[in-house]
Write a protein that binds this ligand. Structure first.
Ligand code: IPM
Ligand code: MG
Length: 363
């Protein structure tokens, strides 16, 4: 029986609506398994720009560091979208990833059998899809320097830099092989080694790590081909490792295998303690969805699956994580639907009702 500190950073749009359900889920798990959760909250993203003039206050970062895990809703929205603005909501997200050293972003894509018909892909392509994309999160072109505007021969120019060190790549490779061992034992490493020097280093370092895991099947795939294979033969992938921007793009694509953005969680982890747990940030991949914000109709499943990942990866509570995941699956199988996953004629539940229906199925 444990006592845990959770930082709840709802952010913008539907973010706070779904983090509220994550908190309810933790309380329900706590009640059932005898744990207590203490929550601290703050504004991040656009809400923090409005309240404090910055997308992430240093105080918020300290609060997150002092927590066992962070539940993150979403940031951004049209109100703060001016590309020339000095402060942007997304800066808060990038700052907390870097500040907490969360270099690995786990984004699972699993197709719920009951929702196969919701995808734009044919159902036979989706049979057995269960992919874990691990996106590198604190390096690459998102963080490489220089990153700036220039004036060259009287013209506007701009530069971004894709930069990796071998240790940043090696830890990604180790994590990929280790996670694969607990799954279906296959790793696909994504790069653009036919063009980019940083990708040639990526491929070289992954090849050096690979002999330590001779039991794990392995392939290199170029990122453009990967974009195609993900929709052509998604069931053939198990663990996929990719640098930051390639992973950003491929995970949006992979999320569509499940038919709705609202279903998928993500976990951002740093270096872990010997027992395999550590501080992590848990964020549904759907984003702030300003078009439906305030209506109470967002799908809470992505956030509840995040909550299960939090229980597993930050708190080491595997039974609790599985109980919550099973409740989500049961609710979907029983036909509970929010608007984004409902077919015409099906009863549509609100965020609150959907989450309640899921938590009723905890056993
Ligand atoms: C994501 C998002 C972010 C990213 C944005 C909001 C900065 O697209 O988490 O995938 O690019 O990492
Ligand atoms: Mg993205």
């Amino acid at each position: 029986m444990g006592s845990y500190k959770i930082a709840v950073l709802g952010g913008d749009g539907i973010g706070p609506e779904v983090t509220a359900e994550g908190v309810r889920a933790l309380d329900a798990i706590g009640k059932q398994f005898g744990h207590t959760f203490q929550y601290t909250e703050d504004h991040v993203g656009g809400a923090a720009i409005d309240a404090y003039g910055t997308a992430l206050r240093p105080e918020t970062m300290e609060m997150a560091k002092a927590s066992d895990a962070v539940l993150w809703g979403a940031v951004g929205g049209p109100k703060w979208d001016d590309p020339r603005a000095a402060v942007r909501p997304e800066q808060g997200l990038l700052a907390i990833r870097a500040g907490l050293g969360l270099w690995a972003n786990l984004r699972p894509s699993k197709v719920d059998a009951a929702l196969v018909g919701n995808s734009t892909l044919k159902s036979d392509v989706l049979q057995g899809v269960d992919i874990m994309i691990i996106r590198e999160l604190t390096g690459g072109i998102y963080f490489g320097k220089p990153q700036e505007r220039r004036t060259v021969d009287g013209q506007r120019a701009a530069v971004d830099t894709m930069y990796y060190t071998e240790s940043e790549i090696a830890r990604m490779a180790h994590l990929g092989f280790q996670l694969a061992r607990a799954r279906r034992s296959k790793v696909t490493s994504v790069d653009k080694a036919n063009v980019l020097e940083s990708s040639r280093l990526w491929r070289e370092v992954v090849a050096e790590v690979r002999p330590e895991y001779p039991d794990v099947e392995f392939e290199n795939v170029l990122v453009d081909a990967m974009a195609m294979h993900l929709i052509r033969r998604p069931a053939t992938f198990d663990v996929v490792i990719a640098e930051n921007m390639f992973g950003d793009i491929l995970t949006d694509e992979a999320s569509m295998l499940s038919g709705s953005l609202g279903m998928s969680p993500s976990a951002s982890l740093g270096s872990l303690r010997p027992d395999g747990t550590g501080l992590g940030m848990y964020e549904p991949i759907h984003g702030s969805a300003p078009d439906i914000a305030g209506k109470g109709i967002a799908n809470p499943v992505g956030m509840l699956r995040c909550t299960a990942m939090l229980l597993r990866h930050s708190l080491g509570l595997e039974a609790e994580a599985q109980a919550l995941e099973a409740a989500v699956t049961k609710a979907i199988e029983d036909g509970l639907r929010t608007a984004d996953i409902a077919n015409p004629g099906e009863e549509v539940l609100s965020t609150r009702e959907m989450a309640e229906g899921i938590l009723e199925r905890l056993s």
